[in-house]
Design a protein around this ligand. Sequence first.
Ligand SMILES: Cc1cc2nc3c(=O)[nH]c(=O)nc-3n(C[C@H](O)[C@H](O)[C@H](O)COP(=O)(O)OP(=O)(O)OC[C@H]3O[C@@H](n4cnc5c(N)ncnc54)[C@H](O)[C@@H]3O)c2cc1C
Length: 532
Amino acid sequence: MQKDISLKLTPSEAANSESIKTYIAQSLGVPVHSITGFYRSKESIDARSSKQVWINLSLKAFVDEPYIDRPLLNIHFRDVTNAPKNVIIVGAGPAGLFAALQLIELGIKPIILERGKDVRARRRDLAALNREGIVNPESNYCFGEGGAGTYSDGKLYTRSSKRGDINRILSILYQFGAEENVLYEAHPHIGTNKLPHIITAIRKQILDCGGVFLFEKKVSDFILENDKIKSVETADGNKFDADAVILATGHSARDIFELLYQKNILIEAKPFAIGVRIEHPQSLIDSIQYHCTVRDENLPPASYGLVEQVNERGVFSFCMCPGGIIAPAATSPGELVVNGWSPSKRNNPFANSGMVVQVALKDAIDYFKKKNPDVASFQDEKNPLLLMHFQSAIEQACFSAGGGKLVAPAQRMVDFTNNKTSSNLPSNSYLPGIHSTNLSEILPAFIHKSLQGGFKAFGKKMHGYLSNEAVAVATESRTSSPVRIPRNADTLAHPQIKNLFPCGEGAGYAGGIVSAAMDGEKCAQFCAHQLK
Ligand SMILES: Cc1cc2nc3c(=O)[nH]c(=O)nc-3n(C[C@H](O)[C@H](O)[C@H](O)COP(=O)(O)OP(=O)(O)OC[C@H]3O[C@@H](n4cnc5c(N)ncnc54)[C@H](O)[C@@H]3O)c2cc1C
């Protein structure tokens, strides 16, 4: 017999298979020896009680019958070496890679053109970024094999259940090498150290099936004929003919947005969010969230999610990384962008999170009216690149304030709320270094004031969170794309260019690894339908 069981256990009980078996037997009223095995279908932490943290488990238990492991997806990746149709995928992030796998399942040959390098070569450029503050505009935390997803945190939680089948994406990641816990944890996480192996395994699958995967191929032009893309040109002078193009270039491909704009291909400004990254000692977050002085060894480093309306503007935490590192995520020299990642064990002594404020088109217009009153296009609300220019202007201001080499302007958290320059800064995880700055001198007033209000409110929600042990590092600006590339709802093709499928986070249809992957699959399905 197979039974679905729910249990509420202490962290140490939940970590011990024998004690779980005992509880299963108790709840079914059978002897322990009749439980032949079990697997976890869901696991979540409940830390609401100040007396005890609980682990909620949903289990599939096998009683008096042989144990069978959890069922896996049965995907048939076809040989597409001689497939009659081929599709160019621009960008090898999660959207592009999952689009490629889906095309292969559907019998279509993907040709992936990626501006950056493979995961291994990319690692060297990240080392230069962290140690010397040198940004390679083709190979960095956002560009290269696996896209922004490879050296990301690898949190796989998403609310985008309407966009596709989340469990299918998690199962595919598992089959390419993610740990089994991504299949059942409420907030699954892979970790930066494990992601490159998974991305490499996906590439191998694509190549084994006859797909094409080319690195250091930056797409620089689209050759159009009769409302279609006829071919794609790369910066090194190569040309690739296309039956269709899936454009999955991510939120940082500013040259692609510029190219579309210059070619009069419809794009729109898209509101996004900008702010700082806040870093606390992990032990402080653990003690707040788990109501303890020292974290139970069976509990993971604690996380949080915070949101508040301040003066009718959303302020919220973004991409929280327990046990993590703040990373320099700029894609061009002269910009300062921070983001966060953590290893699979989440064993660094810091907890960081983006703390960001919603930005609308009017904010950018007001900003440029003050700063660049003579540039008319910066005051034109029809300019689809306006929010992108705003994002870039803040990043450049932060770079200058840090004094170069990606040293980041920073301020202690309570000092930030009191508008006081910090006399010194706490130890922190950001390798290029931080420099004490009054962030009100760099961030536009609406962002600064909203963050001040947000921090005060968060300090009330999480007692101890508003602390001068924490440091605000500027700027967290690549939260989502500042541009949307429109597409028809019923075909997912661009309204003007019939065989162009804007895809993933850069096109404005995803935010995060799993939702980008789901969007990649969806675009591939619609593209395949068009090519039938
Ligand atoms: C440090 C960091 C941590 C993150 N942590 C998480 C997390 O924990 N969980 C989560 O869900 N998300 C996280 N993210 C965000 C996540 O990585 C992105 O949401 C996701 O990768 C978007 O997928 P995408 O395929 O749409 O675009 P991207 O991953 O941005 O991929 C776009 C690809 O296109 C390529 N490209 C761009 N222009 C061109 C061109 N002209 N020609 C050819 N190729 C081009 C780029 O090199 C890149 O490889 C993190 C991001 C960063 C930077």
